[in-house]
Design a protein. Structure first.
Length: 214
């Protein structure tokens, strides 16, 4: 007997990974100040090394920076995480106490970030201050963020037509913020164009969450 599967009736989506994607409305106003603050600190501080191969990464103290643009973008991070909790947990109303850590990243020609995740956090994200121009690159997905399939044994079979285990590439765009579960593996692809890519990454710990519905 020939069968035809109706996607509305016969297909289920199991264990989806929710990723938020939003453009901060006032990015054109805050990005110049953020870029100036980040580049000034890059000149004054040595930076740290975690997943980054080359490039410069600040300490995770960006929420304490005195610039008003830093306070503005951290407030956007906090608001976005609260929205992700509401959308994914489907609880409303609720009170949540979050701890936000954030740091700046500056990548230039030949820099990239290895595959990693962010332990001991609930949600993580990245915000693009300067996307970079990759017109000179001949490689695929230069400077793009890759999300990696988190399912175990996903690469057990590798053959044409099997859609599993392929990373999802996201092209940076100024003002774009991405939010994702902190356990989700991700990396940043190398690029060889003579350009600068500036981003801010953040982690959110949920210290306390209480439903306020009676």
């Amino acid at each position: 007997m020939k069968l035809k599967l109706n996607p509305e009736k016969h297909l289920s989506t199991l264990f989806p990974t929710r990723v938020g994607r939003v453009v901060i409305p006032n990015y054109a106003d805050i990005n110049p100040g953020l870029e100036s603050a980040i580049l000034s600190r890059m000149e004054a501080e040595q930076g740290v090394t975690h997943s980054n191969i080359g490039g410069w990464q600040s300490k995770s103290d960006l929420p304490e920076w005195p610039e008003p643009e830093a306070a503005e973008v951290v407030d956007s991070f906090r608001n976005a995480v609260i929205n992700m909790i509401r959308l994914t947990d489907q609880i409303e109303p609720f009170d949540v106490d979050l701890h936000i850590a954030a740091w700046a990243n500056v990548n230039r020609q030949g820099n990239f970030n290895q595959l990693h995740n962010h332990p001991e956090n609930a949600w993580s994200g990245v915000y693009y201050v300067r996307a970079g121009d990759y017109a000179e690159d001949t490689i695929r997905n230069p400077g793009e963020l890759h999300f990696h399939d988190p399912r175990e044994r996903i690469n057990m079979i590798d053959q044409p037509g099997v859609p599993f285990g392929k990373p999802v590439a996201i092209r940076p765009a100024e003002g774009l913020m991405l939010l994702f579960p902190s356990w989700l593996g991700h990396s940043v692809n190398v690029f060889y164009s003579d350009t600068v890519r500036i981003s801010i990454a953040f982690n959110a710990q949920i210290l306390k969450l209480t439903s306020t519905e009676y």
